[in-house]
Design a protein around this ligand. Structure first.
Ligand code: MF3
Ligand code: CO
Ligand code: CO
Length: 254
């Protein structure tokens, strides 16, 4: 069951979404070779609390930390640890913030130091997958249209789309209906309507699409150890198109 949001609900979600986006912006200058993912976790945790929010991942279905940090071939749900990130790595930081009972969910993949051109290309194409999908969103367009847009663009660059994890409705709950698949066929699936609020968060691999979960029950990696990148926004379907809710309060460097 999709819980449609009223304009007042969307107004109420904006601060949560903006705080999540501001948290990603805050963290950007810290993404340098030598920082541990635990330190990133601590910075996200402290910033969230200092702004009146709650980090949604902490204790969510037993997740032990306040943010997901997914390095290189980790697809998603990486658990912060005392491991350092290194020059040439890529790291997805996935921030989900609860503020006044509403959730905002956004992630970016960052470059650590100097990253090889073929890796940069993966990251840039992954970001474009999200942007192209968002540009399609308006009432009447189907979920299949969204998934197809992502799949077609990723595969045109000979990348693959992860199937096991998807975008999701979001609001008072972290994960609501509908599931937003990042692959699909034009015209299939539910039609979008005004008041839907959901994430789009494609995970794009250089190699094969298959993934596996590690024994920690969280960390998802590519089976072939190829690199994976991801970007995520929380968006609202409006009467005429879409509003990206997870934009930072001050638009600075990207
Ligand atoms: N933020 C992730 C998403 O985009 C979910 C993380 S669940 C957690 O849906 F428990 F690992 F935080
Ligand atoms: Co999400
Ligand atoms: Co997320």
């Amino acid at each position: 069951m999709i819980k449609l949001k009223t304009p007042e609900d969307v107004d109420a979600m904006r601060p949560a979404c903006r705080l999540a986006a501001d948290t990603l912006l805050m963290i950007e200058p810290y993404i340098r070779p030598g920082i541990t993912t635990n330190k990133i976790n601590q910075l996200v945790h402290d910033y969230t609390l200092a702004h009146g929010g709650i980090p949604a991942p902490l204790n969510y279905q037993g997740f032990p930390k306040s943010v997901c940090t997914s390095v290189n071939h980790v697809v998603c749900h990486g658990i912060p640890s005392d491991k350092k990130i290194l020059n040439g790595d890529i790291i997805n930081i996935d921030v989900t913030t609860i503020l006044n009972g509403w959730h905002g969910d956004t992630s970016r993949t960052f470059f650590v130091g100097d990253v090889k051109p073929f890796v940069k290309k993966l990251v840039n194409i992954s970001q474009q997958c999200l942007e192209l999908a968002i540009a399609k969103v308006k009432p009447g367009v189907t979920l299949g249209d969204i998934g197809h847009t992502i799949q077609r663009f990723a595969e045109s660059h000979r990348y693959s789309v992860v199937r096991e994890y998807c975008g999701h409705g979001i609001g008072r709950e972290f994960h609501e209906d509908p599931q937003v698949l990042h692959y699909g066929k034009r015209g299939q699936g539910k039609a979008l309507q005004e008041g839907m609020v959901f994430t789009i968060e494609p995970m794009i691999n250089i190699g094969r699409p298959a993934v596996k979960k590690l024994r920690d029950q969280w960390t998802v990696v590519t089976r072939d150890k190829s690199l994976s990148a991801q970007f995520e926004h929380t968006i609202a379907v409006t009467a005429t198109g879409t509003e990206i809710l997870t934009l930072p309060s001050h638009q600075g460097a990207t």
